[in-house]
Write a protein that binds this ligand. Structure first.
Ligand code: ADP
Length: 461
């Protein structure tokens, strides 16, 4: 059997609740009505008998004298007068009245008659003199509770289907309107799930209720999904584009080599192939490392170490720099911090490579390490070509190169992306100051004691 939807389940539940409530109300009403009717009968009995009592006396001739106003039957109450020995003197008991009921002065009780009809009985001894008196008995049939209940159940039979019908319809309308945003959420999620439209939003507006908040949470999740999907698409297209260029060059050079007429032509083709293959290899290695860092497969090995020593050793052991460029290191001694030694070396090496690559003939590179309060500042400054101001933010994006021709064969456009990634992994940030034709200064600032960032901090757009 097909499972019921939540909407229908809720509708049924509300209707069932309404039904139970109505039935409970009906039972409550019946009980109350029953009690009120019973109490009414008893009061009626007592007042009628007491009223009649005052109207009975003994005449001088020994007969009973019933004054005006005395009624043998009034409002269902029968009044009977008996002699002391129990012989009926006046009044006509109802046919179904119980027989042989003992007299009890002032006691109200119910007695069962033969035909199952119950009666309330109330007796009073009415004395005329010390040796003369009569028993006055009041009788009233215990009200047929069943008849009241029957009336009420007739009513209930009429009302209950109405309750089910109206209650069910009302509940369905209510549940449907409450679930409408849910339907929208499901439709949007399904559309996105089928990959049809990532830009779709639920768009419930500013509803402050739970549904509104749920829709907003979904919308922002969809926005993030769209963003990362777009970023992923961009990355794949950038990466394939970057790889396609050296591959095309290699293929072209293979053709050249195959048809080379001189040893020089052949040698030249092989040199180009070698350079492009190295570029591809560097690109793939960097891409792999960046992806591993982003996905958390490559975990940073954070340890307390001497950063001053690392910076000094790296600067000292740089292989001979191109264009006669020289390095000057101004390192504050004994700067201890928590960092990943390999990643930190890569960060500094990338900055040094760039400073050399974009430096000028016989230029300089200044490396400075300083601490200020709990922050560490590591900067690499050069007096090279500099970067146009409008490109300053873009240079950290994947594959971005201000001037690919100037980057040369070693440039991949990934170096600074990785620098920023490593900086964030250490809870820090990297900033750049640059003036075209004057030089650039990259500064990495990070807290001395940081336990390492989460994967999300590493996502680079
Ligand atoms: P690349 O592999 O091209 O050097 P990077 O991500 O390291 O890629 O750098 C991105 C771009 O930023 C470079 O193409 C270059 O134009 C610019 N750049 C980086 N460092 C410097 C610097 N020290 N001086 C001038 N330009 C720089």
């Amino acid at each position: 059997m097909k499972r019921l939807s939540v909407k229908w389940k809720l509708t049924l539940l509300i209707t069932a609740l309404l039904l139970v409530l109505t039935v409970a109300m009906a039972v409550f009403l019946m009980t109350i009505t029953n009690r009120v009717v019973t109490e009414n009968a008893c009061t009626q009995l007592e007042t009628t008998v007491r009223a009649n009592l005052t109207l009975i006396s003994r005449a001088d001739d020994g007969n009973l004298l019933l004054e005006e106003g005395f009624a043998f039957t009034r409002s269902g109450v029968y009044t009977l007068i008996y002699s002391e020995s129990g012989a009926l003197l006046a009044g006509q008991p109802p046919l179904s009245a119980p027989d042989d009921v003992e007299f009890e002065n002032g006691a109200l009780r119910s007695e069962e008659a033969e035909n199952d009809s119950d009666y309330y009985v109330l007796d009073f001894w009415l004395p005329f003199s010390w040796d003369d008196g009569v028993w006055v008995r009041g009788l009233i049939q215990v009200p047929e509770a069943a008849s009241v209940v029957a009336d009420l159940s007739d009513m209930a039979l009429l009302v209950l289907p109405l309750v089910i019908l109206l209650g069910g319809a009302g509940a369905y309308i209510l549940v449907r309107s409450a679930f409408r945003p849910m339907d929208q959420i499901v439709a949007a999620a399904e559309a996105i799930g089928e990959g049809r439209d990532l830009s779709r939003r639920i768009g419930l507006g500013r509803r402050g209720d739970e549904m509104g908040r749920l829709a907003q949470a979904f919308d922002s999740m969809f926005a993030r999904l769209e963003h990362s999907f777009e970023a992923e698409k961009q990355f794949t297209s950038d990466a394939s584009h970057e790889l396609r260029t050296p591959i095309s060059v290699i293929l072209a050079q293979c053709g050249e080599a195959r048809h080379a007429e001189t040893a020089e032509q052949y040698q030249e083709a092989i040199t180009v192939i070698d350079r492009q293959a190295r570029k591809m290899s560097a690109l793939v290695a960097q891409l792999l490392q960046m992806t591993r860092l982003e996905q958390g497969t490559l975990r940073a090995a954070m340890e307390e170490a001497d950063l001053s020593e690392l910076v000094e050793v790296l600067c000292r052991e740089q292989p001979e720099l191109p264009k006669g460029i020289t390095i000057q290191a101004d390192v504050q001694p004994e700067v201890h911090a928590v960092f990943d030694v390999t990643l930190m070396s890569r960060l500094l090496q990338n900055l040094l490579d760039n400073a050399a690559r974009y430096g000028r003939e016989n230029g300089h590179i200044w490396v400075t390490l300083r601490t200020l309060e709990d922050q560490i500042f590591l900067s690499v400054r050069d007096d090279g070509v500099g970067i146009p101001e409008d490109r300053l933010e873009k240079i950290f994006q994947r594959f971005y190169q201000v001037d690919p021709a100037r980057s040369g064969s070693a440039g991949t456009g990934l170096g600074l992306t990785m620098v920023r990634q490593i900086a964030r992994l250490h809870g820090g940030e990297v900033t750049v100051e640059s003036h075209e034709g004057v030089g650039s200064c990259f500064t990495f600032r990070f807290p001395a004691h940081h336990s390492g960032s989460t994967e999300n901090d590493l996502k680079i757009s």
